[in-house]
Design a protein around this ligand. Structure first.
Ligand code: AMP
Length: 503
């Protein structure tokens, strides 16, 4: 009897007396402790009446108990459904209802509203708090930790991860044991993870990056993690000396570079820094190498597919690219309208196929058919280009494409030029409704601290570098760009802010 993910990730912990998780203060939890915690939780879940295949929604703080709950779900065959801790009770209700969750585990701080959500949807409600205590921990304390993991097939669901859904309602991406395990195996091999690795883990664990890329890779390689509740520069700087590797979103690296304590000496012993979830500016890549001597390894993936491409561990890590297709993953560029393959070098829709690609959207067969082709290729919604050496670069999301006067404009091309201008820290380019052109190009910029941005000079630079239809019709200066927890710029919010500019 096998259970692919439990066998690969959790079972090896049972006999391990070395630390698997260490907190910011240096307190360690051994593999055996984490395993025991997970099995007691699995027994508690079974005791609540949850059966293999049932869905469990969790909206809880990042703690060892939260990680154990993921392993408990794997052991008990329960489909794990982690939720962003920033979601309101109304938002949580959508996920609980959509997934038909049998259990909601939430923070006791919001117990009243979440319990009502659970009750309205026929789900049970239990709590776990920021210290790992709560009604679920109490049930686990009284349960038998000798839980026997239930058998699972490779195609059985391990998790449903809802897409971040900046347009329309989120969709539940169904991820199987085989999806997650195949990707963890490939990444651990490609990035050379071993049992000597200590990963600095400051990412949230409700998202594919922190939960699957980071945790699955480390557990599979039998390494350890410094498990921080979130990214705090002081804590990260204090923890780096004990780490060998770090996985981050671009904002982690820009924040570290802003701190003079982040020096070459501090990270001389480190083996690997990876970045993903949002584009890493080529400038950040270069600054990082100048400061530390390390080249950040950028990779590309998404909720529905796990990781698709990665810059090489040995070999050229190219700034501004997301590297080469991972072994076993096919990547092609197609015409967004016809779906036909495009010649090498032309930008178009990125489509991917491989064992990493999800099984479809939970109870949304039509959405699944729209995005997952019968031949197994997933239409990512990202526009990209592949160079002569096979390196993939992402130009932008298709939904961010601007169509102005009938011409297509990819925001990235304009953002790269805006970013180069004196006094500009960063930029986002959006399309907003325009009576003549359908959409008009608008540049939104953040100035460097203390800098004055000269609008006329900016417009002149745009006029010199870009065809008339691509030049922003307006450039706005804002104090900061709206970003979600994974560091992605929320262009939908900017589009709302500037929606009436030309009306
Ligand atoms: P999510 O499903 O929340 O992980 O978001 C996935 C999306 O993030 C992808 O479709 C890309 O648009 C974006 N993304 C992920 N990694 C990168 C990267 N290295 N560079 C640019 N965009 C990325």
């Amino acid at each position: 009897m096998t259970n692919p993910l439990y066998d690969a990730l959790a079972a090896p912990l049972a006999g391990r007396d070395t630390p698997v998780l260490t907190d910011a203060g240096g307190t360690a939890l051994t593999g055996r402790d984490l395993h025991r915690m997970a099995m007691a939780q699995a027994a508690a879940l079974a005791g609540l009446g949850l059966r293999p295949g049932d869905r469990m929604a969790v909206q809880i703080d990042k703690t060892p108990q939260a990680l154990a709950l993921y392993l408990a779900a794997l052991a008990a065959g329960i489909v794990f459904l982690p939720l962003n801790t920033a979601y309101t009770a109304d938002e949580v209700e959508y996920f609980v209802a959509n997934a038909g969750a049998a259990l909601l585990v939430g923070s006791p701080v919001r117990a009243d509203s979440l319990r009502a959500v659970a009750a309205r949807n026929g789900a049970r409600f239990e709590t776990l708090d920021a210290a790992g205590a709560g009604s679920l921990a109490d049930l686990a304390a009284g349960a038998d930790p000798g839980f026997a993991p239930v058998p699972r097939a490779p195609d059985d669901l391990a998790a449903i991860l809802y897409t971040s859904g900046t347009t329309g309602r989120s969709k539940g991406a169904m991820l199987t044991h085989a999806n997650l395990l195949s990707n963890a195996e490939v990444l651990a091999r490609e990035w050379r993870f071993t049992d000597r690795d200590v990963l600095l883990h400051a990412l949230p664990i409700f998202h594919t990056h922190g939960l699957f890329v980071a945790t699955n890779v480390v557990l599979l390689s039998r390494g350890a993690m410094i498990f921080l509740p979130g990214f705090k520069t002081d804590q990260v700087i204090a923890s780096l000396p004990a780490a060998t590797t770090m996985m981050g979103v671009p904002t982690f690296y820009t924040r570290l570079l802003d701190d003079p304590r982040f020096t070459r000496d501090l990270v001389a012993h480190m083996r690997l820094f990876t970045s993903g979830s949002a584009p890493l500016l080529a400038e950040t890549h270069v600054q990082f190498e100048t400061r530390t001597g390390h080249r950040i390894l950028e990779r590309y993936g998404m909720t529905e597919t796990n990781m698709n491409t990665s810059n090489p561990y040995d070999g050229d890590r190219r700034a501004g690219t997301v590297g080469l297709p991972l072994p076993g993953v096919e990547v092609k560029i197609t015409d967004p309208v016809t779906g036909a393959s495009l010649p090498q070098g032309e930008p178009g829709m990125i489509e991917v196929r491989g064992p990493n690609v999800f099984a479809g959207y939970w109870q949304m067969p039509e959405k699944t058919r729209e995005e997952l082709r019968a031949d197994g290729f997933f239409i990512t919604g990202d526009i990209g280009v592949i160079d002569a050496d096979g390196y993939v670069s992402i130009v932008g999301r298709q939904k961010d494409l601007i169509i102005t006067g009938g011409y297509n404009v990819y925001p990235k091309e304009i953002e790269l030029i805006l970013d180069e201008q004196p006094g500009v820290l960063e930029s986002a380019v959006i399309g907003v409704p325009h009576p003549d052109f359908g959409e008009a190009v608008v540049g939104v910029i953040v100035a460097q601290p203390g800098a004055q941005v000269d609008d006329a000079a900016l417009q002149a630079a745009m006029a010199e570098r870009l065809a008339k239809f691509k030049q922003p019709k307006h450039i706005a200066v804002v104090p900061e760009l709206p970003r979600n927890t994974m560091g992605k710029v929320q262009k939908n919010l900017l589009r709302q802010d500037f929606a009436t500019l030309f009306r």
